[in-house]
Design a protein around this ligand. Sequence first.
Ligand code: HEM
Ligand SMILES: N[C@@H](CC(=O)c1ccccc1NC=O)C(=O)O
Length: 267
Amino acid sequence: MGIDGDAPVPPHRRFGEEGGRLSYGGYLRLPELLAQQRPESQAPDELLFITIHQVYELWFKLLLHELESARQAMFDGELWQARHLFKRVHAVERVMVEQVEVLETMTPQDFLAFRADLAPASGFQSVQFRELEFLSGLKDERYLSSFRNASDAELTRLGRRLAEPTLWDAYLTALSRRGLPVSDAEIMASLLAVARDRRSYDDLWQLAEDLLTHDETAALWRMRHVQMVERQIGTKSGTGGSTGAPYLRGRTQLHYFPLLWELRAWL
Ligand code: HEM
Ligand SMILES: N[C@@H](CC(=O)c1ccccc1NC=O)C(=O)O
């Protein structure tokens, strides 16, 4: 209660100088961060190109952090916590899809002014992107060879991601904690049981839907990326040595959680 006896007053604290230890730029390491945009060419749009990729890599870093926590929450049976984190993951993923539009303000002519300077670098070599795929369940070891120029630390990270459990492994643990069998032969029946008995299993159902949304939004990004690629380089091959758009179109068919898609046919 407040001093006058009726209106409750929330406790609060006024912040002052606090010894002047932290500042905005110091806390956010802005001198370091803003020194990392260094174009290879004089082309005016290269700053945009670098900036957008760095922003993606920051989002990738956050996604890896949140998805690791969501995986742990599923292992621990704390499904509410996993769902809370997936909400954030989905929001970031939607931003990542929308952000493509910013790079599409660049004309192909302006891209060509610096594209040759980039080869053989390419998105192929994004370690964090591949980590996200591995963590989500798409473990394709063939990509390790595309990381010729990766540092030892990066290769170690990828190797660890290959070895560690995926989001799907964690979801299976969550199912079995509730007494549902998860062997290859029984998993579809368990998924169907969850779908058909929402009174008992709604949390598990909603969590499966969260996984599916993660899968779907990743596919949306791939589709958006390939549209941008066709707009920028048409049928040219990629600086990373692939066929370009045809290779990327093939990757839009991928699913992190194929059983959740297959489930639809059995419902
Ligand atoms: C002008 C814009 C862009 C063009 C023309 C482009 C083009 C390409 C091409 C042709 C590939 C296939 C690999 C190769 O042979 O090079 C590729 C792969 C990739 N790009 Fe881009 N890209 C663009 C922007 C971006 C952006 C903004 C990101 C965000 C990080 C990105 C991330 C990736 C990733 C992760 C891959 C690997 C995909 C996979 O293997 O499934 N790209 N890109
Ligand atoms: N692979 C692209 C070049 C490119 O987009 C790129 C080059 C260096 C670092 C990141 C890139 N982004 C995605 O592939 C191309 O073939 O034009």
